[in-house]
Unconditional design. Structure first.
Length: 184
């Protein structure tokens, strides 16, 4: 069960709290004579590396036929752990709106619960295009916010919109799958 794609998802799970800790502890750099921007750079580097594992675990699982039930469960959880670690850290240092983060967390928890039920029922839980675009938008917003670049908050609210939209789309698809299963 612990193939390469699942190992990459597990690595993402390990990198999430490390990145969170770095976001919340800028003194790690400033107390050692470095400018606080090094904190931003290092947190961003960890986030980018972890995000790259998200692409490769899915690609390898599909191309090498290594998709597993464990992977279907831990991959989206690893994604949530990474993005929520970044969003919560950014919120705690005052760089992200608490309301935006609340909306994202509620949607992610709700849909993760639905996905878990779907996997248990044998219902296809593949991410939709809207879900993939939502993830990319969240990752771009996190990158901008971590680096304190302009338009970070505008990108965050755009990601919130896509998060809510893709959540609604997922619920609609889950409902249709349940109704189809009842009819069969």
């Amino acid at each position: 069960m612990l193939n390469l794609p699942n190992s990459l998802a597990s690595l993402r799970i390990l990198l999430a709290p490390l990145m969170f800790w770095i976001i919340l502890n800028p003194e790690l750099f400033t107390d050692n004579g470095f400018d606080i921007t090094w904190n931003y750079y290092f947190a961003s580097l960890l986030f980018v590396l972890a995000s790259i594992t998200d692409f490769f675990d899915g690609f390898i699982a599909r191309e090498w036929n290594q998709s597993t039930l464990l992977g279907a469960i831990i991959d989206p959880l690893a994604d949530k752990m990474l993005t929520l670690a970044a969003f919560l850290g950014l919120m705690m240092i005052g760089e992200a709106s608490a309301w935006a983060i609340y909306i994202i967390i509620v949607r992610e928890l709700f849909i993760t619960g639905i996905r878990t039920i779907a996997v248990g029922e044998g219902i296809n839980v593949a991410a939709s295009m809207a879900g993939k675009v939502k993830t990319v938008a969240q990752m771009i917003a996190i990158g901008f916010l971590l680096m304190h670049w302009p338009f970070g908050n505008a990108l965050l609210w755009f990601a919130v919109f896509l998060t809510v939209y893709s959540g609604g789309e997922y619920l609609w698809g889950f409902r249709k799958a349940l109704l189809k299963d009842e009819i069969s």
